[in-house]
Design a binder for this molecule. Sequence first.
Ligand SMILES: Nc1nc2c(ncn2[C@@H]2O[C@H](COP(=O)(O)OP(=O)(O)OP(=O)(O)O)[C@@H](O)[C@H]2O)c(=O)[nH]1
Ligand SMILES: [Mg+2]
Length: 282
Amino acid sequence: MTIQWFPGHMAKARREVQEKLKLVDFVIELVDARAPEASQNPMLQEILQQKPRMQVLMKEDLADPDLTVRWLQHLNKSGVKAIAVDVQNQQDIQNVIKTAKSMTAEKMARLASKGVRPRPGRAMIIGIPNVGKSTLINRLANKKIAKTGDRPGVTTQQQWIKVKKDFELLDTPGILWPKFEDKIVGYQLAAIGTIKDQLLSIEDIARFTLNHIKKSYPDLLMDRYQLKNFDANFETILEEIGQQRGALAPGGSVDLNKTAELFIRDFRNGKIGRITLEQPND
Ligand SMILES: Nc1nc2c(ncn2[C@@H]2O[C@H](COP(=O)(O)OP(=O)(O)OP(=O)(O)O)[C@@H](O)[C@H]2O)c(=O)[nH]1
Ligand SMILES: [Mg+2]
């Protein structure tokens, strides 16, 4: 399974990112803490060339805390400065600022030694759709930033957001589409809500997600749905959940499609618990 995004669209996004990249000292790449590797953009490394990158594992509040610790260790060991963030948590936001400031500390010290007056580092946020780019920008700006859509024919001025005195952030994020040949990665991205549900069947997404939770977080699944028959197959479990929640089709049988939607919604909203879909490969 290879999901084809519109090639023209992707090329344009990539060009835009490359243009903006010239303006910044470093990049803040957002990934999803529930699938930190799947939600990376594989093109980014190549696009970045030598630009320093810090990685933020967003939606930490929805991810398995133990696995988040392991992911951070794994990433930091491999040389990527990585932190985890729940956007509602003020301390996490402070940590973003502190880490961002450290990204240019060396460069500014070097400039200072040459007699150049240090300036705040400049950054842009990059990530796949729905990862939390706009939310984080608004939190860092401490206000809602007006959406500045690009109007053709008008040279738009780049807007910079001053984040305290510590660094400056481009007000528009760079969107990069995920690219994958791997089926599992496709399901992980669909489960966390990055890929439009129409690209994969909702029942298949639910099957993938439920099987993962059943294997790795059996207690969470039991606590949420009090299943009578935990060892049953996917269809039977989904049927039981549908029965319980009254997701019925006309005629009174369980509507499996509706149940699958409801189950995925539970997962995305953290109703089943804090769940991570992939482990670091150390
Ligand atoms: N639970 C949780 N939800 C978050 C967090 N950060 C963002 N979200 C939610 O994720 C959803 C997507 O956030 P956006 O900021 O719109 O994501 P985006 O990357 O700008 O998305 P696009 O503009 O579509 O590319 C929203 O419903 C946010 O409320 C977080 O740390 N925790
Ligand atoms: Mg956005």
